[in-house]
Design a binder for this molecule. Structure first.
Ligand code: 6PG
Length: 254
């Protein structure tokens, strides 16, 4: 496996992380649009990125990012309807998407409310294939997202790649359903093959409850099954952790 050296950037608090993340998004979006005519991003769920999304929907980012050229994807979703309080799509819609009035055709949500989650995951793969102009099927390369935003769970999960779950071992599919016994819940998630191809991956990690898992992920012994975030290694891309002082409290060499 490729050796990827993560870049760790420390900030005072979650607000400072959000501001730095907004600057990263703008920089990466501008470069991607200049190079390839559009910017593809996978959003993360949870609560940490909410402030980032709110910042992106306001000035200066509202104007400095060419939103007409942005394709929005999601890294994972909970198996709930899109208007459910647990929905990652709903969070992003309320925090950012509806205020930016993006064309619905450029917002690609995971339809994890469908009774057949595998069919929904296959449909998401088809959407990725269409937008990226790729063929689906054995041997076809996964899409290369310009930016993937991720969070770190207190148990070491990221996206909906939870410890000791089946999706961790997916080597071919781009998007899969994942049963998470720890949460007694179904989730849908992009897979390592997609994260491996990302051009840039930015983790947002804030709060004292993240201090122990962050230290284990960055500095502990390799244990991908227990710490799925440790296996996030974009093969030719950049991996950045934006962390606040509380989350960085147990870091040694970073
Ligand atoms: C989700 C996620 C998840 C999240 C982490 C961290 O759907 O919940 O995408 O992987 O990023 O649980 O969440 P916080 O940053 O809110 O702690």
């Amino acid at each position: 496996m490729t050796i990827v050296i993560p870049e760790v950037r420390r900030f005072a608090d979650a607000e400072a992380i959000s501001r730095a993340a907004a600057d990263e998004v703008q920089r990466i979006a501008t470069a991607a649009i200049a190079a390839r005519g559009r910017f593809t991003i996978a959003l993360s769920g949870g609560s940490t990125p909410k402030r980032l999304y709110a910042l992106l929907s306001r000035e200066p980012f509202r104007t400095t990012i060419d939103w007409e050229r942005v394709e929005i994807f999601f890294g994972d979703e909970r198996a709930v309807p899109p208007d459910d309080a647990e929905s990652n799509y709903r969070m992003a819609r309320e925090a950012m998407l509806e205020s930016l009035a993006l064309a619905p055709s450029r917002i690609h949500r995971m339809e994890a409310e469908r009774p057949n989650l595998d069919a929904a995951a296959l449909a998401y793969e088809a959407t990725l294939a269409r937008v990226f102009g790729l063929a689906l099927g054995a041997g076809s390369p996964p899409p290369s997202l310009d930016l993937v935003l991720l969070g770190l769970g207190p148990d070491g999960h990221t996206a909906s790649l939870f410890p000791h779950t089946a999706a961790l071992h997916e080597a071919r599919r781009w998007c899969v359903p994942n049963w998470v016994p720890q949460q007694s819940a179904h989730r849908m998630t992009l897979t390592y093959p997609v994260f491996d191809q990302a051009r840039e991956i930015v983790f947002l990690v804030a709060g004292a409850e993240k201090a122990a898992p962050l230290a284990e992920v960055l500095e502990g012994p390799q244990d991908f099954d227990r710490l799925p975030s440790q296996r996030i290694r974009p093969a030719a891309g950049r991996l950045v952790f934006l962390v606040d002082e509380a989350a960085a409290a147990k870091l040694g060499r970073h």
